[in-house]
Design a protein around this ligand. Sequence first.
Ligand code: ADP
Ligand code: MG
Length: 730
Amino acid sequence: MENIRFRALEVSIQRQRKSVLFPEGKASDFFGELTFNDSAMKEYLPAQTYQQVIRSIEKGEKIDRKIADKVAAGMKTWALSKGATNYTHWFFPLSGLTAEKHDSFLEPVEEGKSIELFNGNHLSQQEPDASSFPSGGIRSTFEARGYTAWDPTSPAFIVDKTLCIPTLFVSYTGESLDYKTPLLKVLSVINKAAVNVCQYFDKNVTKVSATLGWEQEYFLVDSALYSVRPDLVLTGRTLFGNASAKDQQLEDHYLGTIPQRVISFMQELELEAHRLGIPVKTRHNEVAPGQYECAPVFEEANISVDHNQLIMHLMDIIAKRHNFTVLFHEKPYSGINGSGKHNNWSLATNTKENLLSPGKTREKNLRFLTFMINILKAVNDYADLIRAIVATPGNDHRLGANEAPPAIISVFLGTQLTKMLEIIEKNDKMIEITAGTGNSKLFKNLPRIPEILVDETDRNRTSPFAFTGNKFEFRAVGSSQTCAPAMIVLNLILAEQLQIFKKDVDKLLSTKVPQEEAIFQVLKKYILESKKICFEGNNYSKEWIEEAARRGLSNFGTTPMALKTLVTKKTKHLFERNHVLNERELEARHEIYLEEYTKKLQIESRVLGDLTTNHIIPGAIKYLNTLCDCVKNLKEVLDLSTYSRVSANQVETIAEIAEHIHQVKTLTNKMVEARKVVNKIKDAEEKSFAYCEKVFPFFDKIRYHTNKLELLIDDEIWPLPKYRELLFTQ
Ligand code: ADP
Ligand code: MG
């Protein structure tokens, strides 16, 4: 049979750019037209119902069945007017993917007729037969009833003629089986804690919302080439592949001209995203060839998390229309950059202010410093938990490699802020801070609090958690992860810290210390306690690893290690005290993540064995035979001295190939043996560690030899698309 790789290449080379059908008008004309947003609600709901929904969204009040019926009626009319035929509750089970179970609006009535039926019950609750979702043993299958419940704070939307209703997913006994439930709980906890602290500075602040702006990195690969790489299809990453002679070393891809076929994909993606109310704003090439990024304008965290989940789905389906496959894996290709999902995070008030924006007045600046320093303290105290929520097998390849933030969590503040904190720290009393700190100068009429000018160009791209002018950028989230765990943990640890802060300050106030003085004293103490988490240097350097160890910072290199923090006493207390997750729920999550880790490595190991045995070795043997025949034939036609001289290289190549085949085969067998032993382990944690330590190390060893074979074997025989083909066929 003809080489399957060549057939795929032929198809991919002939790909034409597909033009995108744009609707008439400007993007703002159709922005959000497929979401049941504020203006749709105004139009389709009775005025009173609309008011009640808005109130419940703002105050977090329950919506009763009567109102739900009215909302459902309006939503149905709206959805039918947009051509929807089905509806589904849309939720995030702990697999990290989205789940949906579609029901038709159509309901047969008497005389062979039918109507479109959708009421408050359908809107509020659905009972998917959800026994196959990971639940970490919370639901044994016989009491498998999990149910989904409407989240009115995230607007319903239409995709593929289906009305999708964002929902929570909980077990019959009330435990959460998803990401949205704890996220919504945390958002209400941070609201309360932050409002209480804001009250020291401004009585008008009555609501604080977390904001999130994600940046989604991804790779595009031609679908024909993708389909003949079983490793990409089944594991999302290449398990083999020698580096392309040229990849990212010339740095010519980053922010370079976007290839035409990719532009078409992006245009269609943006169009569909805008119709769904996702405010996508930025698109560009990333560092590696074939790698891109898209980012929206930031939004309220719950909506932003949903939008990220939705856009990943859109990317998947729209890429296929352009004969691309999107790779969300954190490290699809060895040796070049992987993909992350930066989470830009801040807090916004009902008074339309950003709590992480340095202000112009004394109150605003002290408030800014208060939030800033409390975040610093929270990250210092819960660094291990932050590491835990980005622990996935994909991210293990990325954290610590030379491109992404390392596995050591630290905070970058920038020169200005660092100096500012030093000044606060060094002043015994709350004296006037007049010292010039670079660009910053004191407001003459506002004693004691310096103006804070944050230099936005002052950026450290190597830090996992960096202050970038008016927000923190958490860079360790993996590209395939949902943003929810990051948002849950960051907001939770800050809420916890703000509660402690308030107690500390109130205690001083009760001893008649003036308010500003009290706040300063407490902040100063926090700065001292959090110094070890601050790092302004190069996070990729060896020196930092050593320095971090001296400072006592953790460096968890693998998922099973990092996940331990999820079930420590400290973590359980944190989550339980704030009523976000109970002990059982945390343990269930821990188990689910460990199992997912094990399963993913198990799949990779099987694919690896299949590829070496059934694809790579047979090809190598074929070429080996050709060489052997050639040498034999030469011997027949040449005189001995010529033969000895000219056959030496080929004989050497034969030996090399034979040796690599031997190694590949031996190591594969050993890996399979190791897997068999490890598979017998019952305990989820022990098993994940065993996969990590006993099975995983074979991957790179085998890869070393298959990559050598790729360099030695006739290109015409090699069955798997090579890196240069995967990366540059755009
Ligand atoms: P980069 O990190 O690539 O330089 P930008 O500085 O342009 O990117 O911004 C990245 C993201 O930060 C965008 O998605 C933007 O919406 C988001 N962002 C800006 N302000 C805030 C904020 N107050 N809260 C949350 N995200 C924000
Ligand atoms: Mg960024």
